[in-house]
Design a protein around this ligand. Sequence first.
Ligand code: FE2
Ligand code: FE2
Length: 174
Amino acid sequence: MARDILKTLKAEHDALRDLFAELEETTDRGVKKRASLLEDIENALLPHAKWEEKVFYPAFKERADRDGLKTHAEALAEHHAVENSVIPEVHAADPGTPEFAGRTKVFGEFIDHHAKEEEKTMFRMAREMFSPEERARLDEEYEAWKQSDAASALVAAEKTKANVKGTVKSMARH
Ligand SMILES: [Fe+2]
Ligand SMILES: [Fe+2]
């Protein structure tokens, strides 16, 4: 089967949905399990989101009509809300608490909503905008980028940022 960036991104959404479903099953006593699932989620989500922001969204925007531009703005605003608010809230909670359970639930709901919008609207538009050859090339570029040092550095920086913002949020409450 031919490679297709849209299929890859969709498969990554599904993998994230599975991880969130697993996280939802944990209890307040499953501290280690929760911490490791959160780590898995971030390791899957951050490269996906950063590459969308760096490569896929700008390429989409360049060819978008007015509806497409609105879809692009909506998707980007959702990324910002997750990065600046949802993830830091999760980091401000101790994994052995109901706060963590509640906040990761919101995190999962946000991701599911965002992924659905991409799949139903943005990817549908992108299928018209990009030829099968272009989608295959984007898929190859994405795979190479994920293995690059630049990608690891970016993901590490995002994690640090989430922890710092989380610390600021938890201090603000005391
Ligand atoms: Fe996205
Ligand atoms: Fe996505």
